[in-house]
Design a binder for this molecule. Structure first.
Ligand SMILES: *Cc1c(COP(=O)(O)O)cnc(C)c1O
Length: 449
């Protein structure tokens, strides 16, 4: 075998002294060669590169442990899987098997949940856009409709009158929880009385049954106390509804937004050391909910629509090195076959990236670029990384949330997604797209042929 090293133009790097860790001044990069006993090279040999890899075991563990964490602090808990975070059938199905309902924000997500066997009453229908047709379906299905604005409320009043059916509704409430930017574009505001006004309108309708209160204060919230403020404001509203109308609501829905283990750009310490744990979020929410004035079994159920924090660490993206380069300032650059087209979250995350092969202990500041002909296609502007050869694999971790829904079919077709099953087998859960897939949607006018 020819083991001759590839020639590289010599460069001079400034040496930064004094930045020692316990191993000395060298950064030790440990490779990630396998996932649950499967060698990454074997996986890409069989399923191609780039390749998304999901772990059934990890998803189940995450959901089970989240349920345990919340149930030890509050007696009535129900999770609903946030479809937009990852709506692959295989992923949703596992969450449903673990007892989670469906939280959807569009018509097609709603239909997808039903196709997966979720009963209407176990679907939470959120989002600012709900067509009249989809509202009719949701009313008939007895789904939980979370009203976002007054126009939707008027639609519901009209439709339930026409259909002579009752709708089961909640309102989405936005509020000041001390974080910036404030998410006040969804739902009805708490502080200015808009939420109270919406509730007055709802309770005046015999066909609208107010069953819950909902909030989703944002995403990747790194301050657990914000959830305490949110929970206690919703409880304050629930108590007001009780005093004013003698209505006890069934549930308080705290939405999603817990941070995952990804590190934000601009954040110095890794997320593992900075973001609150699920236990801390759960403590904060349980503390806020204690302000309830309901008695005994009337206690509202706590709903959670956790997305990111339950799926991010259950997925990997394997990618192949296409080329090595030196930028004009001497910085080493790697070009890999997966870019921001498949890793949308790299806009705000410094993804954890490892090499899949035993590499040199020597690392160097390296920029990592995707394969797109676009300057923005940068996965990492510069991180310590060992030298890698063309054809070698690298792997990005914590990519389960939003990438498989926000990915772009741009310049390249989307790749295969596989799942490592609990029994050790490997299943293809989404096929790579082909040119035919693209052409199926296109129509070439006869006039142009
Ligand atoms: C996106 C979304 C979620 C999930 O948010 P995460 O940050 O992924 O936990 C939950 N509820 C609603 C209403 C959402 O829009």
């Amino acid at each position: 075998m020819n083991t001759k090293n590839k020639y590289e133009r010599p460069v001079i790097n400034k040496f930064y002294s004094g930045m020692m860790n316990k191993f000395g001044s060298q950064t030790i990069a440990s490779p990630l060669k396998e996932i649950e006993g499967k060698r990454l090279n074997d996986l890409t040999d069989k399923f191609g590169s780039p390749l998304f890899v999901l772990s059934e075991k990890k998803i189940r563990q995450n959901q089970k442990s989240a349920i345990r964490i919340f149930k030890t602090r509050y007696p009535k808990v129900q999770f609903a899987w946030s479809y937009k975070t990852n709506y692959l059938n295989a992923v949703c199905k596992i969450f449903h098997q673990e007892g989670s309902w469906a939280e959807v924000v569009s018509e097609f997500e709603y239909e997808k949940a039903k196709l997966l066997g979720v009963r209407g009453e176990n679907i939470i229908y959120n989002g600012p856009e709900k067509s009249r047709e989809s509202l009719i379906t949701a009313i008939k299905d007895r789904a939980k409709i979370h009203i976002d604005h007054f126009d939707e409320l008027y639609d519901l009043i009209e439709l339930t009158d026409e259909l002579k059916l009752k709708a089961r509704v909640a309102i989405r409430v936005n509020m000041d929880v001390g974080i910036f930017p404030k998410w006040d574009r969804f739902g009805f505001n708490f502080e200015n009385g808009e939420a109270h006004q919406a509730i007055r309108r709802i309770t005046a309708q015999k066909n609208l049954e107010l069953i819950g209160l909902h909030t989703h204060i944002g995403t990747y919230i790194t301050y657990a106390e914000s959830y305490k403020v949110a929970a206690s404001k919703l409880m304050n509203l629930a108590n007001w509804i009780y005093d004013e109308y003698k209505i006890t609501i069934d549930y308080i829905d705290m939405g999603g937004g817990f941070a995952s283990l990804n590190t934000l750009k601009g954040q110095y310490l890794p997320a593992e050391q900075t973001v609150p744990s699920l236990d801390q979020y759960a403590d904060a929410i349980a503390n806020g909910l204690l302000e309830v004035r309901y008695k005994g079994e009337e206690l509202p159920t706590l709903y959670l629509e956790t997305g990111r924090a339950l799926i991010d660490d259950a997925a990997y993206l394997i990618s192949t090195v296409i080329a090595n380069k030196r930028l004009s300032d001497g910085t080493r650059a790697l070009i890999i076959d997966a870019g921001i087209n498949f890793l949308f979250t790299s806009f705000w995350y410094k993804h954890k990236i490892s090499q899949a092969t035993e590499a040199d202990a020597h690392t160097e500041n390296t920029a990592i670029y995707g394969p797109l002909c676009m300057n923005i296609d940068c996965i990492n502007e510069g991180m310590n990384f060992p030298a890698m050869k063309k054809g070698e694999k690298i792997v990005m971790e914590y990519v389960g949330a939003y990438n498989m829904t926000q990915w772009l079919q741009f310049i390249k077709m989307r790749p295969n997604i596989i799942m490592i099953m609990n029994d050790g087998s490997i299943e293809l859960v989404r096929k790579a797209e082909t040119l035919n897939y693209l052409l199926e949607q296109e129509l070439l006018p006869l006039k142009l042929t």
